[in-house]
Write a protein that binds this ligand. Structure first.
Ligand code: HEM
Length: 540
């Protein structure tokens, strides 16, 4: 019953979206870099391109490789329900030399995840592997699995717990119990996984004994569907883990038939596709959400957050602060008369009326959604703002008002009543003074970051940068974290009480923290989002 409701829910979202009905998307208390980033990776990130249409690679498919690495058969298999340790933690990165983790797909998948530079301080390789599994299933036409973020990456190998095809049923049942799954769920999970891809001769010569066979696929379809089940029940299956010449490695046969085929039969009955998809969606979601007890995941995200605000970008010149930001609105009605206004309140004194200073949106752009957003039939508009703010009175918080200019009341987007609070205005990255710098001497692109400090040259500023572009050429791929002391910027002399400090960072840095000491007081800004800056381009 629960599963049916979930499926109905998923369908309801799509139907509402397609019909353009009023919607009830959720929001979160800003700032929340983890949820903002998870939303942007699911709904607007580019990684899902590699799974769209279930594309082939290495005689299997990219999604098959991505799902396998996340699975109860690999990274997640280290979980132990008895002591609450292990789970999906990217420990696979340290376990690739084990025979049980053989396969080009493992390296290919980790290289994909590295290439898309998804890793962030609050979104590690384990979250990326889990997101990869969500995209893999959706890309091959399977269910949409809600995504939760917050996994913690391991820094060393876990125990050797990957189940292997030559093990007996009792060992597999115990392995899945230890990972938190009942014998029935084990049957489901293996069937759900083995709807994609197959077994490679070169990696499993004792399973695929015919050296002419490069890969023996588990079923005759590429897509995420119940063919693996129906072909098994109709005795037409060529799944090598069911009918392979080596009886010892027929692990799928032992697992599928372990309850007299009751579970497999159930998938087919229901499987008007829906039951298989529902069951697999629930089981795979549980599988990728299996983490050590001390790790807490976010609530599952099954729809985009509405009213997502991007990092406010500040700049100071000639007595004024400018602040650029954007507001994303999901599934807006088609209304060219809509106006959206940015409002803000003074930080010091009063130059704004009590209702707030205002600045209209300067432009708007259709949101380009990733695979999941497209499947859900979403539309979205991102409105841009560029406010000119009196630098002395500054601002303490901002908010938005959406006016459809019809008879309806304007909608106030104010972060649940508190407004979008600017914690401090003493230090900020100056978006118009900073530069995207092409160094012709070394043919490299760097970012010259300029931090404006409301204080004098005795201040000190350092930045800690997070770069997902790991310099390693083989796993483990970990974020490169670098702390740099900034220097006084000679090309930007002090102005209006502001002093400017500078340092170069790699163009692939996606987040940074600033720590400053100004007049004996410490200021910090954490998780500044470098992916939205628009520094001017300069060649030097
Ligand atoms: C007793 C448990 C399991 C055993 C013994 C097992 C065994 C295997 C073997 C031997 C392969 C071939 C790998 C290769 O040639 O590269 C394979 C592939 C695969 N397995 Fe499993 N598996 C198990 C459970 C699972 C589970 C729970 C999932 C996911 C829910 C899963 C997903 C996959 C996928 C997607 C592939 C295809 C990979 C590709 O084509 O690149 N497996 N499995």
């Amino acid at each position: 019953m629960v599963q049916s409701l979930r499926a109905l829910y998923a369908r309801a979202i799509v139907t509402c979206a397609l019909a353009g009905y009023a919607h009830s998307f959720s929001t979160f208390q800003w700032p929340n870099p983890q949820l903002s980033y998870a939303d942007s990776q699911i709904y607007e990130g580019s990684m899902s391109i590699l799974t769209q249409g279930c594309p082939p690679r290495e005689n299997t498919t990219v999604p098959a490789q991505w799902l396998r690495i996340a699975s109860a058969y690999h990274d997640m298999s280290t979980h132990d329900v008895d002591d609450g340790t292990g789970g999906l933690d990217a420990s696979i990165q340290y376990e690739l030399d084990r025979p049980q983790n053989v396969g080009q797909g493992m390296i290919d998948s980790l290289n994909d995840f590295k290439a898309f530079r998804v890793a962030a301080p609050f979104f590690g390789m384990a979250d990326t592997i889990a997101l990869g599994a969500v995209f893999a299933v959706a890309g091959c036409g399977g269910p949409l699995i809600p995504f939760s973020a917050g996994r913690v990456d391991a820094t060393e190998a876990g125990p050797e717990t990957v189940p292997e095809p030559q093990q007996d049923l009792a060992s597999h049942t115990e392995a899945f119990r230890r990972q938190g799954f009942t014998p029935t769920e084990m049957i489901g999970l293996v069937a759900c996984g083995h709807t994609l891809g197959g077994v490679r001769q070169v990696d499993f010569p004792l399973v695929v004994t015919d050296t002419e066979d490069v890969v023996q696929t588990f079923d005759t379809t590429t897509n995420f569907d119940n063919a693996v089940v129906s072909e098994y029940l109709q005795n037409t299956t060529e799944n090598i883990l069911v009918v392979g010449p080596n009886v010892t490695t027929r692990s799928d046969f032992r697992i599928f038939s372990s309850d007299g085929n009751v579970t497999m039969q159930r998938y087919v009955d229901f499987l008007s596709s829906d039951t298989f998809n529902e069951t697999c969606g629930t089981l795979i979601e549980r599988m990728i959400n299996t983490v050590p007890n001390e790790v807490t995941l976010t609530e599952p995200i099954s729809e985009p957050f509405d009213y997502v605000v991007s990092e406010p970008l500040f700049s100071y010149r000639n007595g004024t602060l400018s602040m650029a930001t954007t507001l994303r609105v999901i599934n807006p009605s088609d209304n060219p008369s809509r106006t959206i206004t940015l409002l803000w309140a003074d930080r010091q004194g009063s130059s704004c009326p009590s209702t707030g200073c205002t600045s209209p949106s300067t432009s708007s752009q259709q949101v380009v959604f990733s695979l999941i957003g497209n499947i859900q039939g979403l539309t979205g508009i991102r409105y841009s703002f560029n406010a000119t703010i009196n630098a002395t009175t500054s601002l303490s918080k901002f908010w938005f008002e959406i006016n459809e200019n019809d008879s309806s009341d304007p909608v106030v987007v104010d972060n649940g009543g508190s407004g979008f609070v600017i914690e401090q205005d003493t230090i900020f990255i100056d978006n118009s003074r900073s530069e995207n710098l092409f160094l012709s001497s070394s043919f490299t692109d760097v970012r010259k970051v300029i931090v404006a400090v409301r204080g004098d040259a005795s201040s000190s500023v350092s930045i800690t940068t997070f770069d997902p572009n790991s310099s390693a050429s083989t796993p483990p791929y970990v974020l490169t974290v670098t702390t740099t002391e900034l220097q006084l910027d000679e090309s930007n002399p002090s102005e209006g009480g502001f002093t400017f400090f500078t340092g170069n960072v790699s163009e692939t840095v996606n987040f940074l923290n600033i720590v400053a000491n100004v007049g004996g007081t410490s200021y910090t800004q954490e998780n500044f989002d470098m992916t939205v800056v628009n520094f001017p381009f300069v060649t030097s």
